[in-house]
Design a protein around this ligand. Structure first.
Ligand code: NAD
Length: 248
């Protein structure tokens, strides 16, 4: 029996990067996959095809996770198309880095809205569905910098720290309905997001990691699978660091 046989997973921002790796890992364990991203483009279509080729039901939804009305419509469509939602992965995220004194209001608002408000939007829409099922697993992508802070990332660090407080509150509010909520705090993971960093910054990060390498999207997806499945049935309100030992 596969770990997620016939479960329905909703993953935000999954056309590429960590979200895509999570979609593929979950599908390999038998989950049907509803995923969102900003645009219905070739990445979205290619992932739908790849997932369907693995023998599961899959559909991509163009949706801005920071937009509340858009999220309500998307979750309603997914509930109609898939009939239930067992797992929510709040993965969509962006960076707009800059030192605080140079950070604009636009940089602040964009990062808080996409990274943190999106988690409120999706969790609020999905929680009633999970409540009526009396079970569910909600996993949100935080970051090690949400725990430790990072110069040049006041907006991003604040959004990722906000996710941790939100996750713990949801775990307390919904535990009695059989819903677990946990966060993952990745360290330096090699994706398009970190490809924007200079070679010097990337070398500096790698030197601080006890395992001496950047993580892969699959490293994160494996931990996400643990939190999504019954292997973690007594784990809620936790922040799991996936960072090669960078943060202890
Ligand atoms: P990525 O940029 O490769 O992928 C992010 C995806 O989110 C993209 O497909 C993008 O189109 C989508 N997205 C952006 N804004 C959106 C919106 N408003 N609505 C819907 N989708 C939207 O990033 P990634 O590296 O795969 O990161 C995934 C998550 O993991 C993010 O929340 C990120 O903050 C977090 N994270 C990443 C790292 C890392 O080192 N890569 C470290 C810690 C945390």
């Amino acid at each position: 029996m596969k770990l997620l046989q016939d479960k329905v997973a909703l993953i935000t921002g999954a056309s590429r990067g960590i979200g895509k790796a999570i979609a593929l890992r979950f599908a390999a364990e038998g989950a049907h996959i509803a995923f969102t991203d900003l645009r219905d483009d070739e990445n979205m279509q290619a992932l739908v095809k790849e997932l369907e080729g693995m023998g599961v039901k899959a559909k991509g939804y163009a949706s801005d996770a920071s937009n509340t009305a858009n999220t309500e419509e998307t979750v309603a469509a997914i509930a109609k198309d898939f009939g239930r939602i067992d797992i929510l992965v709040n993965n969509a995220g962006i960076t707009k880095d800059g030192l605080l004194l140079r950070m604009t209001e636009q940089q602040w608002d964009a990062v808080i809205n996409v990274n943190l408000k999106s988690v409120f939007n999706f969790t609020k829409c999905v929680a009633p569905i999970m409540s009526s099922q009396r079970s569910g697993s909600i996993i949100s992508l935080s970051s090690v910098v949400g725990v430790s802070g990072n110069a040049g990332q006041a907006n991003y660090s604040a959004s990722k720290a906000g996710i941790i407080g939100f996750t713990k509150s949801v775990a307390k509010e919904f535990g009695k309905r059989g819903i677990r909520a946990n966060a993952i705090a990745p360290g330096f993971i090699i994706t398009d997001m970190t490809a924007q960093l200079s070679e010097d910054v990337r070398k500096e990060w790698a030197a601080k990691i006890p395992l001496h390498r950047g993580g892969t999207p699959e490293d994160v997806a494996n931990v996400c699978l643990f939190l999504a499945s019954d292997l973690s049935s007594y784990v809620s309100g936790q922040v799991l660091h996936v960072c090669g030992g960078m943060n202890m």
